[in-house]
Write a protein that binds this ligand. Structure first.
Ligand SMILES: Cc1cc2nc3c(=O)[nH]c(=O)nc-3n(C[C@H](O)[C@H](O)[C@H](O)COP(=O)(O)OP(=O)(O)OC[C@H]3O[C@@H](n4cnc5c(N)ncnc54)[C@H](O)[C@@H]3O)c2cc1C
Length: 428
């Protein structure tokens, strides 16, 4: 191995794992990826047995750019003797647990490239190379790629109350929860919110006294995955979107929210049917409630329980609800990792607290042109709605690999035209 890596990846979630797998095709590139965790794990705090992927299994780490790669999901099935059995499941989407198993299998195929149990504490730059490391070890690299993920988003009014009885779902407190005889309130009606709600109804954390779901959305909104809308998750659309005036991008992406952050329609149907059965067939005393259009405004803690003040957007009135346990399913937000603090002053920012990012996913910065910082999952409002998702991850990995190698290892602009055309002017 060369002393100076061509590319060092910080974080090994699905996105940098995809980059590691895709970049293998260019054998002249030396790459290494680092993760603080002892092995590959995927949002394990909120992994339920009924959690399915929201993206088709062919949108795996590599297939979109190289179906002949040894790291395809299909090869995972074949190598593990699962192919025939899997075909009988008739699934287009797999469980999140199986996606994690697949990623763990891929990670196990390239141990020399991936270093787990290595938290990157600092990234320094001396004008020629980056030095990434911690107290124990340091590595030099010409280029780096940040794939450090997003962090739980906690409403301001909730921050002072974070504890084992008031927490974001993506935290260790969920695993340790005892909800027996408690009034549980789940805040957030996105996919995580309804998964926590459904699992609470199944007594996963003990038999609660009451389970209430509140959501600021007007309903439990479904994921829009219809054909034309799915063109947002295509290289052609990504290309067109990048050219949009940057002041218009945020509104466009927010309008497209439900194409990425909506609830899986089959999951909603299953949940509805279970509620129907419990209420109208078994005639169980109702212990669940769903309150849409409610925004959490403030919290008070008194007498051992929480008083949640809500704004009802339907009646335009204030409401109150009491809870022993509050589980926030309030989404995620970008997280600039502190390990880059020493080089952050060299970055250009977009005025919205995000990095200014080039089309090849490198950051605009004041370092040497031979040294670049690539970022994954930082660019929803720059590159588009596909960016925090797995749909185009193999394609993005190919774009980054091409850019690091400065050659077209992969063809990334060869998709057939989309049916919806945004930036091209009509010529008839
Ligand atoms: C519950 C959930 C379900 C999702 N389901 C889907 C889905 O079905 N389909 C879809 O397309 N998208 C889905 N997403 C969105 C997206 O695919 C995931 O968030 C995905 O995990 C993003 O991958 P990532 O590699 O950016 O980050 P992460 O998976 O968060 O991984 C980041 C890694 O970086 C490591 N790290 C951070 N800082 C350091 C450091 N300083 N040193 C070393 N390591 C570090 C962390 O340990 C972590 O392992 C889901 C998201 C969530 C939260």
């Amino acid at each position: 191995m060369k002393n100076v890596l061509d590319l060092a990846g910080i974080g090994i979630g699905p996105f940098n794992l995809s980059l590691a797998a895709v970049s293998e095709k260019n054998v002249s590139l030396t790459t290494r990826f680092f993760d603080a965790k002892p092995g590959f794990q995927w949002h394990s705090e909120i992994m339920f047995s009924d959690s399915d992927m929201q993206t088709a299994f062919l949108k795996d780490l590599v297939t979109g750019v190289d179906p002949t790669s040894p790291y395809t999901f299909l090869n995972y099935l074949v190598q593990n003797g699962l192919f025939h059995s899997f075909m009988n499941t008739n699934r287009q989407v797999i469980t999140r647990k199986e996606f994690e198993l697949y990623c763990q299998w891929v990670a196990g195929q390239m141990p020399e490239k991936l270093l787990f149990g290595f938290k990157v504490d600092t990234v320094e730059y001396d004008g020629k190379v980056f030095v990434i490391g911690n107290k124990k070890q340091r590595f030099s690299a010409k280029n780096i790629c940040l794939g450090t993920g997003i962090r739980p988003k906690i409403p301001c009014c909730a921050k002072p109350f974070i504890s084992s009885s008031f927490f974001h779902a993506k935290s260790r407190f969920l695993k340790e929860l005892n909800a027996r005889d408690k009034n549980v309130v789940i805040v957030g009606g996105g996919q995580t919110g309804i998964e926590v709600f459904r699992n609470a109804l199944k007594n996963k954390w003990g038999c609660a006294k009451s389970i209430t779901l509140i959501s600021s959305r007007p309903n439990l909104e479904p994921l829009d995955e219809s054909a034309f809308v799915n063109e947002y998750f295509s290289p052609n659309y990504a290309h067109e979107f990048f050219t949009v005036n940057k002041y218009l991008k945020k509104n466009i992406v927010n309008y497209q929210k439900l194409t990425s952050d909506g609830n899986t329609p089959t999951y909603l149907q299953a949940l509805y049917n279970e509620l129907y059965y419990a209420q109208n067939v078994e005639s169980l005393p109702a212990k669940f409630k769903i309150f849409p259009y409610r925004r959490l405004e403030s919290v008070r803690c008194s007498g051992g329980f929480y008083e949640l003040s809500l704004h009802n957007g339907f009646t335009q009135r204030g409401e109150q609800i009491n809870a022993d346990i509050v589980i926030l399913c309030t989404g995620f937000e970008n997280n600039i990792p502190i390990c880059i603090d020493r080089i952050k002053h060299l970055f250009q920012f977009d005025g919205n607290n995000g990095f200014s990012i080039n089309q090849d996913f490198s950051v605009q910065w004041d370092g040497h042109v031979n040294n670049r910082i690539f970022v994954q999952n930082f660019s929803r409002y720059e590159h588009g709605i596909f960016e925090p998702q797995t749909s185009l991850m193999s394609w993005r990995s190919a774009v980054i690999t091409n850019s690091v190698s400065r050659e077209e290892v992969y063809r990334t602009q060869n998709s057939a035209p989309n049916f919806l055309s945004y930036a091209r002017a009509p010529t008839t």
